[in-house]
Each structure stands twice: as C-alpha cells, then as structure tokens.
Ligand binder design. Structure first.
Ligand SMILES: C[S@@+](CC[C@H](N)C(=O)[O-])C[C@H]1O[C@@H](n2cnc3c(N)ncnc32)[C@H](O)[C@@H]1O
Length: 198
C-alpha cells in the first residue's frame, strides 16, 4: 500500500535519515556481510537507505525497488549522481520479486512489511530469493504505534491481518528466516536481521 501525505512527510525527512544510519551501522557491526555481494532493498522510498547500504556494505550490485513510482522518482532526484549510477532502481511489488530462487546475498526492508496486506507472503518471497545463509535485515513497527487512536486517523495502512511481535517472529520462522540479532520494544517495533536457513 502506498503512503499518504503524512507518512511521506515522516519518512522523507532528515531525522529518518539519522535513524536509518544508526540502524544500518548497527547491522554492519553485527552481521559480517562481506563487500562484493548482490543486495536488494525492498520498499526503498526516496533512497535514503540504499545510499547508506551502498556506502556501508560496498555491494557489487545494489537493487532498490518500491511499489510507488513517485518514490522511485524521488530516489532518482535524492541520490547524488555517483550513487545513482551504482543503484538499479525499479518499480515492483515485494510479493513478486523479479529474481530466480536463492540469488541474493542480502535483502533490506525498512518499514515495509506493515504496509503490505499479505505481509507473510512478502516474507516467503524474500526468503525465496535469498541464498542459504543470506541476510534479511528488517525494521518494523507494530499497530500500537501506527493504529492507535491518533495515528489511525492520520496514517494509511492495511486494516486486516496486522502483526505484533510474536506474529512476526512466527512468520519469519515459517519462512525459514532465523532471527539472529535484534533490538525490540515489544509494544512498538523491532529492527534486526535474520539468516536464511538451509
Ligand atoms: C514507511 S515507507 C519506508 C520507506 C523507506 N524504506 C524508509 O525507511 O524511509 C514504506 C515504503 O514501502 C513501499 N511499499 C509499500 N507496499 C509495498 C509493496 N507491496 N512492494 C514494495 N514496496 C512497497 C511504500 O511505497 C513506501 O515507499
């Protein structure tokens, strides 16, 4: 589901860039992902995360995609030319990724799953394209944050089949994604990474 004006404002601002920088540096420290891999960012928005992934992880190939063509256009404007030419940006749905099975070293998704009605389907699709031993790095928030009495009036999200901490962890396990390291406030949200099991 595409963002409305309020959430576009919330993610397209400098504070969000600071938050992503802290999370991506934490992931780099814990994960041990070697440079030279093939990485995908799903739901890349205006490209803040992709720029940081490029700098911190030095992949050979970086793809970044979003459902919303306006976000991809924003990313093309936001990224400086030297980064823009090293990231392949495209429009697609995380439920149908244009890759063969087990070809990616890492998939990143910041604040994306809670926008997808079939979020479990997204997890199995991400797992399908990851190599065994590949990383899925995620950051998600729970309904108490985006569907409380105030935010449900301002923000736009799918209403059915929402997930909390235990739902997300169970679905990761079902998709053969083993949660290795994470930071979480159980009522609010989580960031961390999982490894694709054999
Ligand atoms: C909360 S924003 C996060 C953007 C960016 N990752 C960030 O952290 O700043 C969620 C993004 O996911 C995208 N999105 C929502 N549903 C999607 C889907 N099914 N497939 C791919 N992207 C999707 C939205 O268009 C939006 O850009």
């Amino acid at each position: 589901m595409k963002l409305n004006w309020a959430e576009r404002w919330a993610v397209n601002n400098p504070l969000r860039a600071v938050q992503l920088r802290v999370e991506i540096r934490w992931m780099k420290e814990k994960m041990g992902l070697r440079p030279g891999g093939v990485i995908l960012e799903v739901g890349c928005g205006r490209g803040t995360g992709a720029a940081l992934i490029l700098r911190e992880f030095q992949p050979a190939v970086l793809h970044a995609m979003d459902l919303d063509i306006h976000m991809i256009k924003k990313a093309k404007d936001y990224l400086p030319p030297e980064q823009r030419t090293r990231i392949s940006l495209y429009v697609a749905d995380v439920l149908k990724l244009p890759y063969r099975d087990e070809v990616l070293d890492a998939v990143f998704g910041f604040g994306v799953l809670h926008h997808v009605p079939d979020w479990q389907g997204s997890l199995s699709e991400i797992s399908r394209v990851l190599k065994i031993g590949g990383f899925f790095c995620l950051e998600e928030i729970y309904p108490s944050l985006y569907q409380n009495f105030l935010t449900k009036r301002i923000l736009l999200h799918p209403k059915e089949k929402r997930f909390f901490s235990q739902d997300l962890k169970g679905a990761l396990r079902e998709s053969k994604l083993s949660l290795e390291e994470f930071r979480e406030i159980e009522s609010l949200g989580i960031f961390g990474f999982a490894v694709k099991e054999g």
